[in-house]
Design a protein around this ligand. Sequence first.
Ligand code: F0G
Length: 443
Amino acid sequence: MTATAQLRCIACGATPVAAAPNFRCTSCGDLLEFIFPEWSHDPQALKSLWLHRKTLLKPLDQSGVWRFRELLPNIPEEHAITLREGNTPLYDLPRCAHIVGLDTLQAKHQGMNPTASFKDTGMTFAASSAHQQGFRWVACASTGNTSASMAAYAARGNMHSLVLIPEGKISWGKLSQSLDYGALTCQLRTDFDGCVRILNELVRQKPVYLLNSVNPYRIEGQKTAAIELMEQLEWEPPDHIIVPGGNLGNSSAIGKALLEMRDLKLIERLPKLSIIQAHGANPFYRSVKEFGGTRLEPMIADTQATAIRIGNPASWEKALRVLRETGGEVEQVTELEIAEAKAEIGADGIGCEPASAVTLAGLKKLRNRGFVKQGERVVLILTGHLLKDPDFTIKFHRGDLFAGTAYEQQTAQTSQLQRAPVVLDADLRAVIAALDAAERRNS
Ligand code: F0G
């Protein structure tokens, strides 16, 4: 049903028949990726076929991932686990466009997936590969979204799931998802990078299938977000795509899809793919800016955008390759800039979680530097839903988000965006007075 795919090491080029449990090359230890040596497709025929599938009722045709299965490795249909993921909307952000001085600005909202983050596109595919290989247990280390997604897909596929998350450093919304979907959830007294280290040891000792984004099936599934985006743009690429960078699987996947679509002549030119990190979790930014991409120095990460609180990103070499090949840029943004951008996206009636808002904050910097120019078309990838982390949002609007932090004195710049709830007596006159006061503020 799909293409003949081969695993290949991104560093030494070895082509193993099967992957080791930690998905590292057994010769040199680097990451594996799928390549498609015998690919030949008629681009017009593919475009028509994918569009036609939207009218069909079979679950796999209704999935925004499996609909594009010609560009994915082969997984037999009986193993496919789908929640009709993908199919996410592309929205205009007119107020945000105005703020950054562009005529238009669009956002592809991957938070509109079944478990409310972009992880579902990779998880449907990688969980299906676990099912195909007959695993009883799947596992991941996570900052919360991977674990929520994995737990859901494991449950749908009748597999058990083990979640390793950093204690106290993920949002309640995400934690509650993995509990409800039935995962064995372990909160470890460490950070995300510490969870990854334990998991890598565990998969060597136990027959547990690793579902972090080092698993190349995850990357393949996540590619489809970029394919779907191009379809939504009628195969006319934008000038820029901007993504948040944490473990750097998503940027690698979107970049891989862009390069493959260019090679297959599905698109005629490449958008520039730029990657934005939080200032307190910026190892990739520093790798590019300080070390010319020659190495990555792990760090202890710290940011309230907990999804991207990652100090030792696994896929940094893959991300570097697509950054270079597409001509994209890296940027870093402060906690204040993230909070401000999140509220601005919210004010466009869209909303997203803090890690997604780094895209708009980063775009402002790329505009100021002249890298993104007036008249260019830009798409932000919003990775998670607003309701993933309501604590952050409520604290921001109440003015508590930066209490006791280095940013406490600078919050005047965000006060315009704050909308703290008003507590009133149950009295009509009080409500009318509040309404009139709001009207005076707005006019
Ligand atoms: N945005 C959100 C909402 C995320 O959850 C993540 C990563 C990213 C951006 C960064 O993507 O890692 O592919 O560069 N979350 C992972 C998790 C690490 O465990 O949920 P990345």
